[in-house]
Design a protein. Structure first.
Length: 387
């Protein structure tokens, strides 16, 4: 039913492809063939119950062309007023096409690809993509629950002229990863965030925002996690110095996310990410991964547009700087295919055993005794952190 803003009725209800959002590329072309069609759609998406002045928040007004007049404050406004698209010099068709390309491809798009595809300047393409990324913020999402696996990774590789590895390098960015654990090595929702360092003063506030209290958190023996029990979490610790299994067997989910995120940065963006803008890129990766099973890419397009119309974002000029990522180590002699296959099978078998015991520990009450016999998973006293 047509309302005051246009010909779509986009009131919150059961959303259907072809009615509330384009389900295919052909529908996208038909819906947004003109600038007026784009304006009508965004108007219905923002004011599905009727026009509300974005300047004084009074209800009611009349439309002239693609502008709205508010009799209360006696000012003109448009569908982009006080949104991320405000005062843009790019047509709404270009904006919607950029959002469609960004949301329909699971790998995402780079600013260079978008600029060449739409025939716009690189900086314009960068600003469009970055404003869209700001709508992917993880701060207003529901916290993770159940059994949660947490670890850190470091983006940046080795410091030139210094062969040291670890947390002490100033050229690296510390990124913490949290994954909901499902049986069968299945990864639920994830959260990622860049921290100043990996100490408990940085880790604890981040975990309190993104992990629900009472959840079971599985970490290594890093000293930054020693106070989790006092914060209301059930803490399961695996000391990697005492575990007979490698880290990718004991923490398979965070290692998978770390590998996928690095490959995404190198593959889609070719490592061209300035450390200043790393947070929005991590938000984009989390947004895409958590919606990897979405049955309709058009619904993702709909949600991104909602975020654009709700957020008034200011973006500074882009600074492109390549963050070098560590290259895989190579050896003089490569293992044969049979040995590699055998090692993968052995790791999978060990990972299944570790996972079964991990879920057993997570389901136990604090009053129950830990399972026997001894396992590489052991709760360590907070006074004895072991890495």
């Amino acid at each position: 039913m047509e309302n005051a803003a246009g010909r779509w009725n986009l009131a919150p209800r059961r959303l259907k492809a072809g009615r509330h959002y384009p389900g295919t590329w052909q529908e996208f072309i038909a819906w947004f063939a003109t600038e007026t069609g784009c304006h009508d759609y965004l108007g219905d998406l923002r004011w599905h119950d009727g026009f509300v002045c974005p300047l004084c928040e009074e209800v009611g007004g009349h439309r002239t062309g693609m502008r709205w007049w508010c009799p209360s404050c006696r000012r003109w406004s448009s569908v982009t007023t006080r949104t991320s698209v405000q005062q843009t010099h790019v047509t709404l068709q270009t904006w919607l096409l950029a959002v469609w390309l960004m949301s329909s491809d699971k790998r995402g798009v780079s600013a260079t690809f978008l600029a060449s595809s739409l025939g716009i300047d690189y900086r314009t393409a960068w600003h469009i993509l970055h404003k869209v990324r700001l709508t992917f913020s993880q701060e207003d999402r529901d916290p993770l629950t159940g059994l949660v696996e947490i670890d850190e990774m470091y983006l940046g590789g080795q410091d030139l002229g210094n062969n040291r590895r670890g947390r002490s390098l100033a050229t690296k960015a510390c990124v913490v990863i949290a994954c909901e654990c499902k049986r069968g090595k299945v990864i639920g929702r994830i959260r990622m965030g860049r921290l100043e360092d990996s100490t408990h003063t940085s880790l604890e506030p981040w975990m309190q925002r993104h992990v629900e209290k009472g959840s079971a958190i599985h970490t290594d023996g890093h000293s930054g996690y020693v106070n989790l029990k006092t914060l209301g979490y059930r803490h399961i610790v695996t000391s990697m110095t005492q575990s007979p299994h490698p880290a990718h067997v004991v923490f398979p989910r965070v290692h998978t996310i770390a590998s996928l995120s690095k490959r995404w940065i190198l593959g889609t963006h070719h490592g061209g990410i300035h450390p200043q803008y790393l947070d929005p890129y991590m938000d984009e990766f989390v947004f895409r991964f958590n919606r990897r099973h979405s049955w309709s890419r058009g619904l993702v397009f709909y949600r991104v547009l909602q975020g654009l119309l709700e957020r008034d974002a200011y973006v500074t000029r882009p600074q492109v700087h390549r963050v070098p990522l560590p290259k895989p180590a190579t050896t003089g002699t490569q293992a044969s295919g049979a040995l590699k296959t055998s090692k993968r099978k052995q790791d999978a078998a060990n990972q299944k055993l570790v996972e079964d015991e991990l879920f057993t520990w997570a389901e136990l009450d604090d009053t129950e005794a830990p399972p026997t016999p001894f396992s590489p998973l052991s709760e360590l006293p907070s006074s004895e952190p072991v890495r």
